[in-house]
Design a protein around this ligand. Sequence first.
Ligand SMILES: [Zn+2]
Ligand SMILES: [Zn+2]
Length: 172
Amino acid sequence: MRIPLDRLGDEPFAWRQRLTFNAETLERPELLGLGEVLWQGSVERENGVFRFDGRLEYEQTVTCSRCLEPLVLPVESAVRLRLVTAAPAAAGGEIELTEDDLETVYVEGEEMDTLQLVREQLLLNIPMRSLCSEDCQGLCPTCGANRNRESCGCDQGEVDPRWEALKNLRDQ
Ligand SMILES: [Zn+2]
Ligand SMILES: [Zn+2]
């Protein structure tokens, strides 16, 4: 979606759209799927710059880091930015940047395309680590069985040092 910054008057520009993404194009193997992405927000002129306030809501399917089973996570994230349309040098001292925690983004041209921004957010929102449950037993490192569902009977003695310590105690 393109925001016509050059034609923005005193009224904020608001949008609300539903986007679909092919999860594969984000090239993160742990991301199995993306539901429809609700992308909404507003842009408003403020002291010579633009205040950008966007919000994403969707569901993502990722793999459990231990057992690799799919799990669906609801996501809500906000993107708040300050947009500046002129290059910093060209803007001279005319733009008064107020002290706040907003990230400043320089937009080239008169329009802002938000697609790249949305893609960045989708990537940022993929958790480093996801668990289907806190006590997920994971996969057997020997035979690959999902230990939440079956006990494969492989010798797990050398896998977990805590068990190894217990075994040593018992053997003494
Ligand atoms: Zn799991
Ligand atoms: Zn096994």
